[in-house]
Every structure is written in structure tokens, then in C-alpha cells.
Design a protein around this ligand. Sequence first.
Ligand code: NDP
Length: 460
Amino acid sequence: MADYDFDLFVIGAGSGGVRAGRLAAQLGKRVAVAEESLPGGTCVVRGCVPKKFLVYGADYGASIREAAQYGWTVGDVSFDWPTLRDAIQKEVMRLSGIYSTILEKNGATLYRERAEFVDDHTVRLTTSGKTVTAETILVAVGGRPWAPNIQGAEHAIVSDDAFTLERLPERALIIGGGYIACEFAGIYAGLGVKTTQVYRGGRLLNGFDSEIRDEVGEVQAHNNIDVKFNISPTEIKKTSGGYIVTFDDGCKIGTDLVFMATGRKPNTETLGLENAGVDIDASGAIIVDEYSQSSVKNIYAVGDVTNRVNLTPVAIREAAAFVETALKGKKDAYDHSNIASAVFTRPPVGTVGLTEGEARREFGDKVTVYTTKFRPMKNTLSGDPQRVFMKLITEGRKERVIGIHIVGDDSGEMIQALGICVKAGLTKKDFDTTCAVHPTIAEEIVTLKPREINKTTVVT
Ligand code: NDP
């Protein structure tokens, strides 16, 4: 048997890579992890974590305004971007430090440089030039923002840049209708930026339940976001006072910041995968089987680089299953069904399971849909007209719950618990026989009534 430097070499110290590296080191394996940026990856350094802090920051503005109805006298209020930005960066650095420490404390070697494949058992560390061999290699390099190459594209920022802006613009133009575009439009508008969101389709959040997509359109409008549909940018021109963006219908929009939130791509370019014989698909994603094993038997990949379900907790579960399979000899395939997730618009979206469209395609007329829309108690006093929308989808005579979709305060928190119910295959009767927690928003989920017949045509 060949004598390798390490039992496991992990490329990428993000959510998936760190989990796999730590678990492997705890098994007594000789582990090395390479990271060219800060340990913690997209989620901790330039994604979920700093984004959620920005959402909290934006929410304070609304809370301060609404506090008057609750008896508070609030004086002059202003927002200072550098204070929030720097506080978030400080926390990001603290968390990133914890990620390094977790690896090192468990005995893994952390190389703070880029690694590229030389062959199927060898990587080269590109700063030091050192080559290292390993019996098993895990690729966990994540993804990176992608933007269309229109004229003047260099003037636009992407999500990586959004957390460290020198100053907050007066006007922001966000291109895209997905997770990042919707979330950042909500953040900027909440921080007082005059925000326009432009989407090439007719409804935001492609792939979500169609009623949720309509509700999110209303949420954005409620937050004073000017949402424009069915146009795409063709050119960005810098002017003395900002930028002028031209669209394919001929319209022009002036702004101080152009933010391309037009998707992400697996980070496989120049990784040398061809030297190891690892197959990738047309999007650049590493092709893996249900055990995260690539076309080369000692090379595995987890997380966004495989473009399965691009969420941090999924990468972590895939990493744990990889350790079971590749290092403990117990085949473990992570089940990607019924993954709950949240979109942190303001208020957020919580979703798990099938959309109504998917449910009807799979189960036809065996589907029953329950919905409600109501003004949450807090808003009746504050005067905020924002309502909560809830939707529950069942299938069959036993009414197994196969989808839950919510737009409203705390839906990101609710959907974690509701995700357990859907994953466990609970029925509408289980919901009906569960006593409500009063007074909460969540209690409405156990008292839902069927949606009126005339609305059952809403399917996409
Ligand atoms: P998404 O795929 O969610 O959205 C990309 C958006 O860009 C879509 O609206 C897409 O339109 C649009 N678009 C694509 N190409 C073009 C183009 N050439 N011109 C104009 N518009 C274009 O990607 P994001 O970058 O927002 O997020 C990436 C992933 O990261 C998400 O899918 C999610 O998995 C994860 N994520 C999760 C979060 C969470 O859990 N809260 C938060 C942020 C990201 P169309 O819909 O028509 O294709």
C-alpha cells in the first residue's frame, strides 16, 4: 500500500470541509485542510452569517418607527453603516478563528493557501509550491457569485463585496429575483437606501410555491422596494454621479450601486480536476453519487461544489455522511428530501416540502390545500399592515402533510420545527389534534381550513 502524507486531504475550510476534517481527525485519521481565504467559508465569511446580522440591523429601523404605538418616545434616529459593518466583520473574524481552532485542536493540519490537483492522490499548495499526498481527498470548495458578462459588468458588485462597502449608497439597483437579490433588497431598503430590484421573470423566487412568490412580491413592495419585472440589463455606464443601467426593453435606471445577484457557480475552475480525472457537469459541478463519491474512487465532494442543494446545513450533513462512508466503512447516503429553508426577506419565508405545483403534478386530485392570511397581533397595535401567509399541502385520504410554506415574522424559526413534522410524515389530523400555543403566529398552523375551491387553480 502506498505511503501517503495524510489519510484525508480536504480542499476548502467551509461548512462541509471543516465538519469532515474535524470528524476525521477525531477518528484519529491524519488530516490536512487547505483554505485560500478565511476558514469558515461562504456561510461564515461572506454569506449566511453576516447577511443575517444585516437583516437584524435593518429590522431595528422598522421596530424603532413602530415603537411609538407601544408608548415609546423616540428621538432623532439615524443609522451609521460603518458601525454595523465593522461590528459584523469583527464577529466574522471571531467565528473564522473558531473554525481554525476546531481543526487544529483536533489535530488537523491547516494550510492557509490554495490547493490544486496534481493527480488523484496529490495536491500542490500554490503559495508554498509544496506537494502533498493523501489516500482520500475531499473537495469542499463551495461556489462563487456569477454575473452575466454585459458591457460595463466590471462596475457591478456581487454578494462577496456587499459586506465591506466603504459607504452605503443612496440608491441601489439589485439585479436578480432569487434568494440573494430578495434578501439584499430587503436589507438595503430597511437601512434607508432607495432600492430597485429588477428581475427578468414575472414573479420573484423562481422554484418556490406560486402563492409564496406573489406574497414575496407584496413584501418587497411593502418595504418600498421598487420591483421591476420582465427586463434584463444590457449595459452599465459609469457617470459622474453614479451609474446608468440600460435594460433590454430600452429603459434606463440611474443608481449609485449596481448589485448583480444573478446566481452562483461551483468553484471548480483551475482546481486541476482534469489532472485527477474527476468528471464535472456543464455547470462546473463535480458529479457525485449518493455517497458524494466522484468519478475517481478516492475523491469525494460535498456542498455547493456538487450543486445539489446549496445550503450550509446540507453541506454539513453530506460531510458527516462522507466520513461514515469513506472513513468508517459504513455506507451512508444523506437523504436530500424535505429540506426546510428560509429566505430572509423582511419578513422572511419559511418553506419545506413540495410546492402546490409539484404536489399536483405528483398526486393530482389527491392534493388538499389549506391557507390562511392574517394580520399578526403585534401589527394590529403598531399599525404595520404587513400580514402573515400560511399554506399547508396534504396528499391522499390520510392527508399526509407534504408541504408547508409561510411568509411572516419568525417563519424561519417555525419552519425548523415544521420540517421535522413533514420529514416524519405527520398528517393533517396530527396538526389538528395538537393544541395551539396562544397567542402566537405559529398557532394558526394547527387550525388551518381548506382553501376555497375557486383558488385551487394556482399552480406552477
Ligand atoms: P438564485 O439562483 O437563487 O437566483 C439567481 C437569480 O438571478 C434568479 O432570479 C435568476 O433568474 C437570475 N438570473 C440568472 N441569470 C441571469 C441573467 N443572465 N440576467 C438576469 N438575471 C439572471 O441564486 P442566488 O445567487 O440568489 O443564490 C444562490 C444559492 O445560494 C441559492 O439558490 C441558495 O441555494 C443559496 N442561498 C441560500 C440562502 C438562504 O438559505 N437564505 C441565502 C442566499 C443564498 P431565473 O430565476 O429566471 O433563473
